[in-house]
Design a protein around this ligand. Structure first.
Ligand code: FES
Ligand code: FES
Length: 173
């Protein structure tokens, strides 16, 4: 059957088997191999993508269920001005070793920060509790997400008028 799915803001129409899983649609039909395929039994979370605005395990979603919907994958995380801060956090804090879990971890972490910009370590661990990492012990993943949260908070901080001057008045050079 024919489906049209908007993936990372681009519409794709394909004629597929009704039983095709979304993870295979992304990888095999569209060539978006950033989404990984691990257990195929909804345990590992390496296949996490967003369906509309919600993280889902794409090994448990039929591609036809995404017909007419929006999907965001790790390939759609980077913005026009560079890496998403979650991606940068994983770089800064060594949040990956083999990297197999990383795309799914990033998609869940991006969703978390969009809904909770200042998550505690416990919040982060709960958010990623449906995803397995066989390499890192999770410490650096949690640090990476905290780095992203702090980076975004600093970037959005608005300077207070007069701050940094002795009198509170504008200082002319
Ligand atoms: S491949 Fe989807 S949860 Fe493991
Ligand atoms: S970095 Fe290897 S599975 Fe997480």
């Amino acid at each position: 059957m024919e489906i049209t799915v908007t993936v990372n803001n681009q519409a794709y129409t394909r004629d597929i088997e009704p039983r095709l899983l979304l993870v295979h649609f992304l990888r095999d039909e569209l060539g978006l191999t950033g989404t990984h395929w691990g257990c195929d039994t909804s345990n590992c979370g390496v296949c996490v993508v967003w369906l509309d605005e919600v993280p889902v395990k794409s090994c448990t979603v039929l591609a036809v269920m995404a017909d007419g919907h929006r999907v965001r994958t790790v390939e759609g995380l980077e913005g026009t001005d560079g890496l998403d801060s979650v991606q940068q956090g994983f770089v800064e804090c060594h949040g990956l070793q083999c990297g197999f879990c990383t795309p799914g971890m990033m998609m869940t972490s991006r969703w978390l920060l969009d809904h909770n910009p200042d998550p505690s370590g416990e919040d982060i661990r709960e958010a990623i509790s449906g995803q397995l990492c066989r390499c890192t012990g999770y410490e650096n993943i949690v640090r990476s997400v905290r780095w992203a949260a702090e980076h975004e908070a600093a970037a959005s901080a608005v300077p207070v008028a007069g701050e940094g001057t002795e009198s509170g008045m504008e200082v002319q050079a």
